[in-house]
Ligand binder design. Sequence first.
Ligand SMILES: Nc1ncnc2c1ncn2[C@@H]1O[C@H](COP(=O)(O)OP(=O)(O)OP(=O)(O)O)[C@@H](O)[C@H]1O
Length: 324
Amino acid sequence: MNHSLPDGSPAGQATHYAVQEPDPPALEARGVGRRFGRSWALRDCDFRLPAGRICALVGPNGAGKTTLLSLAADVLEPTCGTLSVFGDSHKSPARRNRVAFVGQSKPLYPGFTVGEMLRVGREMNPGWDQGTAEQLVRQGDIPLRAKVGHLSGGQRTRVALALALGKRPRLLLLDEPMSDLDPRVRHEITALLMSEVAEHGTTVLMSTHMVSEMDTVCDYLVTITGGRVRLAGEIDALLAAHTVLSGHGQGQNPSAELLPHTVVSCDRSGGHVTALVRPEGPVAGKWIQHRPHLEELLIAYLGVPDIPHLITPSARIDAGEDAA
Ligand SMILES: Nc1ncnc2c1ncn2[C@@H]1O[C@H](COP(=O)(O)OP(=O)(O)OP(=O)(O)O)[C@@H](O)[C@H]1O
């Protein structure tokens, strides 16, 4: 299903939002699905994440975010479809070397010291960058001789991030990386991720529930509800494709004025209506309109399990296009 972007062009066709990517996308999902027993955790997943983006992966608990990250990290196999990493659709050591994954459980050896953990990183990864890994550990005042099992949750997160960044990945997958970090460290890690992207062109895909912080660091967004991708693309383009209407409308029936548009959410209190919509053309009626903030957009989308998807051209896989 195609939806209109604010310039009136269908979301599925090339518009001024299109980004010419010389490199293959960091991640490309074609018809990807993953089932556990009889339940689908993720299905009909079609999108691209262009290289060099910092992408927030957002969805309610149980939406399928960890499943998607685990598929991209080759920790899980898709039940159907193909997931390519930088154009490579087959599992291989080379593909694994390009990707680093920091999962929620931060699997580290509790009996090892931090220095020994970094040595494991060095021995397992051909492109290992000891300076970056050590710097991240030292910035957190964590001695290299400290036992991993004696570290706090936030300190373990820092060591896991040091191992991931020391690998010098082209694609960094982070599953709620900030959840146990204090605000000062979150700020530091955020700045670090941004400088990684600027210096090395690293692509970052991170699941997060922290909307206010993602706003400053991420330029790309994928939302999942009910195991399906609902939004994918540049945050600016996705915001620009929506408007918040508030008022009473002009006619007797404000709902009729909203009918031609895709209504994502609609709150009525008394006679007052506030609606987040994707306009499919000019909006009739006397509404006060504003462009939604990211938080408004996400709260609306996370509350509706089955809204039609909106994929911007740079994230879209066109029907009939051959797989890479
Ligand atoms: N190993 C598993 N076995 C069975 N079901 C699973 C397994 N892993 C995930 N699921 C199910 O798949 C669905 C998606 O789970 P997933 O962990 O991907 O969600 P999530 O979006 O990461 O959630 P959260 O925000 O709570 O971390 C859930 O219904 C979950 O119960």
